[in-house]
Design a protein around this ligand. Structure first.
Ligand code: ADP
Ligand code: MG
Length: 705
């Protein structure tokens, strides 16, 4: 391996094509028209593009593992002598083959096999195979391993490097990719050159190893490679990938900054009246964030601000101040919430706050129909509704605003990034856009914010209103359920209220509702003296609303709920929360749920029930919640433990599915990424498109969104 400083690809401008960026993939053996079309579909046209189709992970086929050392779940290469091969007729006919290497025995199990395969697997032959070891009824087994028979005395053909596992698509198999990529790598190691898209100035500053070396390593890392070489080469690629994401979002932001937005700088009577009537003083953190928002709204370009604040930090008031600024300027405000329940609660809060000020509040729900719906549309279209509150129903095609000045999105982490981008065009009129305020209680660790929200300015409400006490959190096994039930009874007899949250990992609201209904029934039996009610996502909005009102008024002691109560629900007298199957949820989600208690003056508690056995890792995760009430710390741990998709709720969208970068591992790179992106945006704009294209491909083009 050359030294880090050895050579660097020349400072190519993206246009200066080297060979690999000119050779079509069809020049490779095995890339006929059909394969080429599949490659084209994922943006791979040239050999260079193919080289950036990087492995997801690796298999170790560089040496065989003693069978006796195999553990359940290991993927390994083994070799042994066939002891016995026989057909089994169970539920499914199968061929089983027992092999042994002196350290242990392993059963190979094939469901699809030919007669000649059966005959070849003769007792006494040596066989090598690669697969995943599982514990079966007769000890370790491998189902459908890849295998190869070895000739007498033949040394086992092992790989010299780790074997890459590539992302595949329909019609583009692992086998095909493993045939094509070595050819591309050969061209690269011979004399091929890759377009260096990062300006030399930045490369020099960061002393990265050459791109070529990094790509070669990524495809064929040696098994026990020198970490001082592997890690920098990996960092080199991660850097470029993070750079691509950052650039694409910031370029989008630059474009938005050129758009116009209404200047909202009214005298401020409404805000003054509102604050005057408010029964509490704003915290310093709320005032600071409100000031940042006010300054943005006074500018002639659209605001794009993310306001973060832990559960209970008081984001709603801050949103109200922004809304009043828009409304007093003669513009409408739309407030979108992720669930009906939360939207309804906002409707009540805002109606109580705004109607005394003479500001009209409209409600737009996905379940409204016919005449009701038409009336709401009309008042929104004519501008009679100064504030419109609802779920995503607010932004359906048919909804036209008269003069939309501000869009507020509450609890944004529950909306996919794509929805966020789509929202941007709402209220667009010619070149005039509405301002946008996005609020989230899932604190986004700074590293993640720099990546996923690089197009947004951020504000943080970093303290809670005075008098809040941290929620005492206990982690309790399911077998002690009866003690927990007794605790609920005790609390409710003292005049407190409680939540019992039923969780299922499935996204199905129907199943969740069913589970919650069953729990409610059993709790009613166990606690006949308590007033118990149920709320879940399958109920009609009016039914949900009725239950919530009763709970808020103190006419219900125990509310059995699904995770619909996760966000925003605000009942200060509720001081005890039980969460079932806590081990199945993410930490941030648990923290959100827990945030429903501890909103009043009294001490509050949260009991997380789990099913045994609990793995040590799961126990450690739950302990994080016992140890801290700080949402930022929790989110950081969640990011490390479960990755960004989990945190952002965007696992499905393809956003932030990095090929190389790993936010936990590479977060130290981010300041450099941000700085480099700044340099490129201002001084090397011609590099932006090719970098973004290389890493994001045609997958998501934020810049055109
Ligand atoms: P979140 O940030 O979770 O959306 P909310 O806006 O729902 O928090 O506020 C939580 C509770 O705190 C509400 O009951 C709200 O009225 C109250 N609250 C907000 N700001 C203050 C404050 N400065 N002082 C006292 N209570 C406040
Ligand atoms: Mg809220």
């Amino acid at each position: 391996m050359p030294e880090v400083s050895d050579h660097r690809s020349p400072a190519a401008t993206p246009a200066a094509g080297s060979r690999l960026s000119e050779i079509p993939v069809t020049a490779l053996r095995g890339a006929g028209p059909r394969v080429a079309a599949r490659l084209e579909a994922i943006g791979v046209r040239r050999v260079q593009d193919l080289l950036f189709h990087l492995p997801l992970r690796y298999q170790d086929r560089t040496q065989s593992t003693p069978i006796g050392a195999l553990r359940h779940g290991d993927e390994a290469l083994v070799d042994g002598e066939i002891q016995l091969t026989q057909l089994r007729y169970g539920r499914r006919r199968s061929l089983v083959c027992m092999i042994s290497d002196g350290t242990g025995r392993l059963l190979l199990r094939l469901f699809h096999f030919s007669e000649s395969q059966r005959r070849a697997l003769e007792r006494g032959r040596r066989v090598m195979c690669y697969g995943e070891a599982r514990r079966g009824p007769q000890g370790m087994e491998m189902v459908h391993p890849e295998y190869r028979l070895l000739a007498e005395g033949q040394p086992m053909p092992v790989e010299s490097h780790l074997t890459p596992v590539y992302p595949t698509t329909e019609g583009l198999s692992q086998g095909t990719l493993r045939k094509l990529l070595p050819q591309a790598l050969e061209l690269l190691s011979a004399d091929g050159n890759l377009d260096e898209l990062v300006p030399t100035e930045i490369l020099t500053r960061l002393a990265f190893p050459p791109l070529r070396e990094a790509v070669l390593y990524a495809h064929r890392p040696p098994r026990s490679g020198d970490e001082t070489v592997i890690l920098p080469t990996r960092r080199r690629l991660a850097f470029e990938e993070l750079l691509a994401h950052n650039l694409s979002l910031r370029q989008l932001r630059q474009k938005l900054d050129q758009k116009l937005a209404p200047t909202l700088s009214p005298p401020g009577f409404l805000v003054k009246h509102f604050l005057h009537r408010l029964p509490f003083e704003l915290t310093a953190a709320q005032r600071r964030v409100a000031d940042e928002i006010r300054a943005d709204l006074e500018k002639p370009h659209p605001m794009h601000r993310l306001a973060q604040g832990d559960v209970g930090s008081g984001k709603t008031v801050v949103a109200a101040l922004a809304a009043l600024q828009a409304i007093e300027s003669g513009f409408q405000t739309a407030l979108m919430a992720p669930t009906e329940l939360l939207a309804e609660q906002h409707l009540k809060t805002f109606s109580a706050w705004f109607e005394p000020l003479g500001v009209s509040v409209a409600w737009l729900s996905g379940t409204q129909t016919g005449a009701t719906r038409r009336k709401v549309y009309e008042s929104v279209a004519l501008g009679a509704a100064q504030m419109a509150i609802g779920t995503h129903a607010l932004f359906q095609e048919q909804v036209a605003f008269h003069h939309l000045g501000l869009v507020i999105v509450d609890e944004q982490h529950r909306f996919g990034v794509h929805q966020r981008l789509m929202l941007r065009d709402k209220g667009a009129r010619d070149e005039i856009r509405a301002h946008q305020l996005i609020m989230t209680a899932t604190p986004i660790p700074r590293t993640l914010a720099m990546t996923a929200y690089a197009d947004l300015d951020t504000s943080v409400i970093d303290s809670l209103p005075p008098g809040r006490k941290p929620v005492d959190t206990a982690v309790v096994p399911e077998i002690r359920r009866s003690e927990v039930v007794a605790r609920v009874l005790d609390a409710c007899c003292k005049g407190q209220q409680a939540y019992w949250v039923c969780t299922l990992i499935e996204d199905s609201e129907t199943l969740q509702a069913k589970a919650a209904a069953e729990t409610e029934r059993s709790l009613r039996e166990a606690l006949p003296t308590l007033r118990i009610a149920l709320v879940h996502g399958r109920m009609k909005p009016t039914e949900k609303e009725a239950v919530m009102v009763k709970f808020k008024q103190g006419n219900i002691d125990l509310l059995v709920a699904t995770t619909v109560v996760e966000v925003g629900v605000d009942v200060p007298n509720a001081s005890l929360m039980i969460i079932e199957n806590a081990e199945r949820l993410g930490l941030s989600q648990l923290h959100q749920l827990r945030g429903r208690v501890g909103r009043g003056g009294q001490r509050s508690a949260c009991v997380m029930l789990y099913r045994t056995p609990l793995s040590p890792a799961a126990r450690e995760r739950l302990n994080v919640l016992r140890e801290t009430n700080d949402g930022f710390k929790i989110a950081q741990r969640d990011l490390e433990l479960r990755g960004p998709g989990e945190l952002l709720g965007t696992r499905q969208t393809g956003m932030l599915q990095f090929r190389v970068a790993d936010l936990a591992q590479h977060q130290a790179l981010l300041p450099d990424v941000v700085r480099a992106a700044g340099d490129i945006l201002s001084r090397y704009p011609e590099h932006i498109a090719p970098i973004v294209k290389r890493w994001l491909g045609d997958r998501v083009n934020y810049a055109d969104a």
